[in-house]
Design a binder for this molecule. Structure first.
Ligand SMILES: [Zn+2]
Length: 320
């Protein structure tokens, strides 16, 4: 009996497209739905970049508060309620973090009142995003966690934590201000809400693709999900993370300069960060953070504007 040619073609080595045949309309519908959802939630952020944010500030702040409470109750807070001791050195560290944080938070409130320009992002005249000012509404808190992990964060709502493991790299008060400004920059630019919104849409997309490939063989399902997952990671999440980092760097530089910390410390801080990685950093393309050397370069490129801003706000720069 003669075997029809098409059935041989269909059974041998079908490609990804072959496997998707027949399901294409559903997949296109899902992609179209996601795209509509994506575009209808676009908001122009601090840098002028469109950000996809599907939650309100209140919800975001509530999530920030909740995470902060969880972290503080499970980690040793320096001179905090669960601290076994609080010596002079510990007290001093806490005071430095609180003082730097409060100065930058105050500068952020004034900066937002001026329309939140970011010289390093080419925004010499500011316009507050549609979501309004944030720094004046945040209930700011600054804590130090006794841990060797080199880490620091500012959660939505102005909840800041510095880990003692980052203090050696910070090296001085201006270095603390560079890290503080960067972390507060993430919070004021609502990067947390943006990441959560992106994750939500990615999960939904993966669920939808998962449902449409449901009756394929296991190998075929893996191929489709793998292709989708890799695209989701490389195409959407990581480049946005790099954009987040660069934005936070420049918002941070703006804030620390306005708070009269020395902007010249910013590139030096990131050069010290590079050493922290022990030379084992991932290639920049697969890393969620820009290469520290590139960051230092970006800071140096924008420095003349910030030196001028410093002198305008704070007087002559201290000699170095
Ligand atoms: Zn960052």
């Amino acid at each position: 009996m003669r075997i029809p040619a098409y059935s041989r073609r269909r059974s041998s080595g079908r490609g990804l497209l072959g496997m998707l045949q027949g399901r294409l309309p559903i997949i296109l519908l899902v992609i179209g739905g996601l795209a509509f959802y994506w575009f209808s939630n676009q908001k122009e952020g601090l840098s002028g970049r469109k950000q996809m944010i599907t939650m309100g500030v209140e919800q975001e702040v509530a999530l920030g508060d909740q995470s902060y409470m969880q972290i503080l109750s499970s980690e040793p807070v320096l001179c905090g309620g669960n601290a076994t001791s609080c010596g002079t050195d510990e007290r001093q560290v806490v005071e430095v973090i609180e003082t730097v944080g409060e100065r930058i938070a105050r500068a952020a409130i004034e900066w937002e009142a001026e329309g939140a320009p970011v010289l390093g992002l080419g925004k010499t005249r500011g316009e507050i995003p549609k979501w309004g000012t944030l720094a004046d509404k945040f209930d700011w808190e600054f804590k130090v966690i006794a841990s060797d992990t080199p880490n620091a964060f500012c959660l939505p709502g102005g909840k800041v934590a510095f880990y003692t493991g980052i203090l050696e790299t910070a090296a001085n008060v201006d270095g603390v201000a560079v890290i503080m400004g960067h972390e507060i920059g993430h919070a004021l630019a609502r990067h947390g809400a943006e990441r959560m919104s992106q994750q939500k849409i990615m999960q939904f997309g993966q669920m939808a693709v998962g449902a449409t490939v449901g009756d394929m063989g296991a190998g075929a399902q893996r191929a489709v999900m793998g292709a989708f997952g890799a695209g989701a990671q490389m195409g959407v999440l990581l480049p946005f993370s790099r954009a987040h980092e660069s934005e936070a760097d420049m918002v941070g530089l703006e804030l620390l300069t306005r708070a009269c910390f020395d902007p010249r410390e910013a590139p030096l801080l990131w050069e010290r960060m590079a050493e922290l990685g022990g030379g084992q950093r991932q290639a920049e393309i697969t890393s969620t953070h820009p290469d520290p050397v590139r960051r230092a370069e970006a800071f140096r490129r924008e420095m003349p504007k910030y030196l001028a801003l410093y002198e305008q706000k704070c007087g002559a720069l201290p000699p170095r």
